[in-house]
Design a protein around this ligand. Structure first.
Ligand code: ATP
Length: 259
């Protein structure tokens, strides 16, 4: 299930704008990697290149390689839709489909791939995915009610259930807790700790404490000024990054001196 990702010499563009320069990193399987850094340094942009969502924007492109278990996701024979199935994504704001029921939401991605799933298999998958997202006990008696009727934290866990229902290898999370209250945030953080047993997880967060709590490794990105590309400054074991980073910019950012 979980997969290792090797990024090599990646440059990311929006048309002529060079948004992120020269990133090389390894993301370990069955672990949580956090991306931190000031606004505009390209964390979300880089995250979206890991499942080829970046190129959905007109004019957006990359140079370099993103390899999953040695296979370049940008290779000529690779189907981007298959990549997005293998590498799921959870966004900042919970985005369940408002007119769909809870169970239809869980199955939304699966039905795109497998229209002929039997009722029994679908019911099993709904239960499995909701259990996996720590939501089953709260919703099992109202699976046919609208997903939009859940609390924000529950909606985010529903989105995680929808993402894991297609059985991805990797889960990308772009500030998944920024719209949530502290209790829901802790529920998602606990869930991330459980999910890493099975998945490779990458999370963008502005919250230093969250990066320190949930991640095994942390990557710090920075930007030298407006119009300049963001760069990966330093990446390492989260404990070390927060206690004794190598770069002064990392220390300044972590200690709240800028950003
Ligand atoms: N769709 C887009 N078209 C053109 N430029 C974009 C687009 N999305 C982002 N950018 C630019 O790319 C750069 C990196 O943005 P990005 O959102 O990746 O940074 P970030 O580190 O995730 O920021 P934040 O922490 O504020 O979310 C910024 O200069 C931004 O303006």
């Amino acid at each position: 299930m979980a997969q290792r990702i090797d990024v090599k010499d990646l440059d990311i563009y929006y048309g002529d704008f060079h948004a992120v320069a020269d990133v090389s990193m390894t993301i370990d399987p069955r672990s949580v990697t956090a991306f931190i850094g000031p606004s505009g340094c390209g964390k979300s942009t880089f995250l979206r290149t890991l499942n080829r969502m970046h190129e959905v924007i007109p004019g957006a492109r990359v140079e370099g390689t993103v390899a999953m278990e040695g296979v370049d996701l940008y290779g000529d024979d690779i189907d981007p839709v298959a990549v997005r199935r293998q590498v799921g994504m959870v966004f900042q704001r919970p985005n369940p489909f408002p007119t769909m029921s809870i169970q239809e939401n869980v199955l939304a991605g699966v039905k795109l791939v497998n229209k002929r799933i039997s009722k029994a298999d679908a019911a099993d998958l709904v239960e499995q995915s909701l259990v996996g997202a720590n939501l089953w006990n709260e919703v099992k008696d109202r699976l046919d009610k609208p997903g939009a009727g859940l609390s924000g934290g529950q909606q985010q866990r529903l989105c995680i259930a929808r993402a894991i229902a297609v059985k991805p290898d990797v889960l990308l999370m772009d500030e998944p807790c920024s719209a949530l209250d502290p209790i829901s945030t802790l529920a998602i953080e606990d869930l991330i700790a459980e999910l890493k047993q099975s998945y490779t997880i990458v999370i963008v967060t502005h919250n230093m404490q969250q990066a320190a709590r949930v991640s095994d490794r942390t990557a710090f990105f920075n930007i030298a000024g407006t119009g300049k590309p963001g760069r990966l400054i330093e990446m390492g074991d989260t404990g070390t990054m927060f206690s004794s980073p190598t770069e002064k910019a990392t220390e300044d950012y972590i200690s709240g001196r800028f950003g």
